[in-house]
Design a protein around this ligand. Structure first.
Ligand SMILES: Nc1ncnc2c1ncn2[C@@H]1O[C@H](COP(=O)(O)OP(=O)(O)OP(=O)(O)O)[C@@H](O)[C@H]1O
Length: 334
């Protein structure tokens, strides 16, 4: 378990971290997610001891490490641009931490072989870093960080410099690696898809503070506020309320619905179909209201086929779930 309590860090009069408290359970893969400048790296570097906090504590596995040097914290760290030793082979790079700890040669050889297999680089041990792809280099960096059996693995946008396809592959790979190795891992990312895809838990940061912590499903389905909702996926504004594009239903007619006494009828918004876009198996319908408010609705191809919408026609949109408690109450009562 990593426990950060009351962490604050300022650069001049700018507060990069403002009284942040966070618990990271042992064995989890936790993502620190937020826009650029929200303080993710500062928090990660503070856990690593690479940044000195103005106030607050960092406790890992029950030990208060706030004043302990980075190399004595039992952490492995991987940066976006990993600085490999260029003159050393992949094997020697991975073995580095074990060699300087003077571990027996046979133990080093066995461990490095195991790690290279885990990260999918067996067969590459005699290459030099310049002879690896960007993705392979980052995997080597992970193997090197894991070699010394860290209590905690800290990853700062480790796939940030790679192209989208390689990134997507590597995050699947990281998830599988984590399921195999189980080391408590903290991943900094500004990519909500990456966080939702790999993490057990996500802490959303904004302006040096934590907005919400939770598992991906609860954050996506029950965001604590508009910032978290917008940051975790696309949103539409319907009658001034934020709604996910696939949580909006379209109807041809403004149907009359049974509403329990004392509840207002759920709001429907009249809108014109501006554009219908096929995105693989999904369909996005772009709409505009009379006052000129634009929003998009996402649906499956079969829903779109059932509706058989035409550009230019008028439809009625309403939130189908979640965002309007009166609406939820009404549908539950029917
Ligand atoms: N050494 C420094 N000196 C001055 N300001 C700094 C320093 N390090 C970070 N900052 C500022 O602190 C804020 C938080 O930086 P941090 O790197 O933690 O953000 P981040 O969320 O990781 O962003 P990014 O995704 O862009 O890396 C930023 O506004 C940054 O400019």
């Amino acid at each position: 378990m990593i426990t950060v309590t009351g962490a604050s860090k300022s650069y001049g009069d700018f507060a990069a971290l403002d009284d942040v408290s966070l618990e990271i359970p042992a064995g989890t893969l936790t993502a620190l997610l937020g826009p650029s400048g929200s303080g993710k790296s500062t928090l990660l570097r503070s856990i690593a001891g690479l940044e000195r906090l103005d106030a607050g504590t960092v406790v890992i596995g029950g030990r208060d490490l706030t004043a302990v040097a980075p190399q004595k914290r039992g952490i492995g760290f991987v940066f976006q641009h990993y600085a490999a030793f260029k003159h050393m082979t992949v094997r020697d790079n991975v073995a580095f931490g074990l060699s300087i700890r003077k571990r027996p040669k046979a133990e080093i050889a066995r461990k490095v072989d195991d790690l290279l297999e885990i990260v999918g680089l067996d067969g590459f041990q005699h290459r030099y870093p310049a002879q690896l792809s960007g993705g392979q280099r980052q995997r080597m960096a992970l193997a090197r960080a894991l070699a010394v059996d860290p209590e905690v693995l800290l990853l700062d946008e480790p796939f940030g410099a790679l192209d989208a396809k390689v990134r997507a592959d590597l995050r699947q790979w990281l998830r599988r690696l984590h399921d195999e190795v189980h080391v408590t891992t903290v991943l900094v990312t500004h990519d909500q898809e990456e966080a939702l895809d790999v993490a057990d838990r996500i802490a959303v940061l904004n302006k040096g503070r934590i907005e919400q912590v939770g598992d991906p499903v609860s954050l996506y389905d029950s965001p604590a506020n508009d910032f978290v909702m917008s940051f975790l996926g696309s949103v539409a504004t319907l009658n001034g309320v934020l709604v996910r594009p696939h949580d909006i239903e379209l109807e041809r007619e403004a149907s009359v619905e049974l509403v329990p006494q004392g509840h207002a009828a759920p709001a429907r918004v009249r809108a014109r179909v501006e554009r219908i876009v096929r995105l693989g198996f999904e369909v996005r319908v772009d709409l505009a209201t009379d006052p000129g408010e634009r929003f998009a609705v996402q649906m499956t191809r079969s829903q779109a086929a059932d509706l058989d919408l035409r550009v230019g026609e008028t439809v009625f949109a309403r939130a189908s779930r979640g965002q309007d408690p009166q609406l939820v109450g009404a549908s539950a009562a029917i």
